[in-house]
Design a protein around this ligand. Structure first.
Ligand code: ATP
Length: 367
């Protein structure tokens, strides 16, 4: 029986392709720590995200490659791990943050905050380090959704003598909301410049530490706040939340086009269709298309971007949100499964974007 060599193992693995990135695992530097002891072959596959939906597929392809090209009787031990990819280079701001994802909608009330909260928790549950900035000055709902309405972030002095703000941590996510600065029932109206400067503080003065994904829950529509955000941070990509309803779709399209303006130029990672259909708890297999059918898919197809997920309208999603325990926390529920899949799809598109698209810079605007 021929001796198994490291070269033979790497050669076999160089035939295994990462389907999304279109290159083989060896070229992508995804194989580490190859060890051979007799007929036992072990190595580590470093995925681009812990939320990789192709984890099992890649694992099985590696095993097959060793059995067909190296030794059909080899004992193959594969450790699947991840190192989240990034395109960020000059890190004057948010130095420990790998990817920044803006969640936007055209119209208000389409469930953008609900989707963002569950997406953040779902990503964190895969093992990713996740932060969330609630930039929705029109109605900051994250304190309520995370059950943190009375929380007030702690301010401390950093090593440089400057004040730093400690984000609130809930359900595995680091959180900052404009709602923490003023109680929900107060009559403060966040005017543009005041809101912009508060949001800038969230980016420059909050002690975010190291994060794989920082989600930005944007206000609905297109506004100065959107400009502030893209001017302050290099956004990796945007996702657009819409319902299938015509009026929502028309506004979502405007939102999408805003990110594509040459002076903004943030890649749109895809569309999330919320309230895609209604499913009553007692008839879990029934779908009622209350707001029309296929609108999110149509929008995605028109703009040649992925449909990242379809979230049904389910009473428990609203109830869980109102109780401060988002649906994603209800293990084994159908809603949690849907948000889990959504997280995988968003993480996957971030990895693809990092592998193929040009860098996004902070937008410089002349005003
Ligand atoms: N898939 C869903 N199923 C059931 N209820 C939902 C779903 N998505 C959102 N909701 C409910 O719809 C209402 C609006 O949702 P949410 O506050 O997330 O919208 P939004 O787009 O962030 O609103 P705004 O832009 O005005 O802040 C909330 O009561 C929420 O619980």
């Amino acid at each position: 029986m021929a001796t198994i060599t490291k070269e033979a193992v790497l050669k076999a693995l160089s035939y295994v392709e990462e389907p999304d990135l279109g290159k083989d695992l060896v070229t992508l530097n995804m194989i580490e720590d190859v060890q051979i002891e007799g007929r036992r072959v072990s190595f580590t596959v470093v995925l681009t995200t812990p939320a990789c939906p192709l984890k099992q597929l890649i694992h099985d392809a590696c095993e097959r490659a060793i059995h067909t090209m190296v030794d059909k009787d080899a004992q193959v031990v594969i450790v699947m791990t991840s190192r989240v990819t990034t395109m960020r280079q000059n890190r004057d701001i948010l130095p420990g943050v790998e990817n920044i994802i803006a969640v936007a909608s055209g119209k208000g009330g389409v469930g953008k905050s609900t989707v963002t909260a569950n997406l953040a928790i779902a990503l964190a549950q895969t093992g990713a380090r996740v932060g969330l900035i609630d930039a929705d000055i029109s109605g900051p709902s994250m304190p309520l959704m995370f059950g943190q309405e009375s929380a007030r972030p702690h301010v401390f002095q950093g090593e440089d003598g400057k004040n730093r703000i400690q984000p609130i941590e809930a359900h595995g996510v680091k959180l900052m909301s404009i709602g923490f600065l003023a109680p929900a029932e107060s009559a403060i109206v966040w005017r543009g410049p005041m809101a912009s400067s508060a949001l800038k503080q969230f980016i420059t003065e909050v002690d975010w530490g190291e994060l794989d994904y920082l989600l930005l829950d944007m206000p609905p529509g297109t506004s100065d706040i959107h400009l502030t955000m893209v001017q302050t941070v290099p956004v990796t990509g945007a996702v657009i939340v819409t319902t299938p309803q015509k009026v929502a779709l028309a506004d979502a399209e405007k939102g999408l086009q805003m990110f594509r303006l040459p002076q903004i130029n943030v890649p749109v990672l895809g569309v999330i269709e919320n309230m895609a259909w209604f499913t009553p708890a007692e008839l879990p297999d029934n779908k009622y298309f209350l707001f029309g059918e296929g609108g999110g898919r149509g929008l995605a197809e028109k703009h040649e971007i992925p449909l990242l997920g379809q979230i049904p309208l389910v009473q428990s999603i609203r109830e869980n949100g109102d109780q401060g325990t988002p649906a994603m926390l209800q293990k084994d529920s159908p809603a949690a499964a849907v948000f889990g899949q959504l997280a995988e799809e968003v993480a996957r598109q971030v990895s693809i974007r990092n592998a193929v698209a040009p860098k996004t810079n902070i937008v410089e605007m002349k005003r």
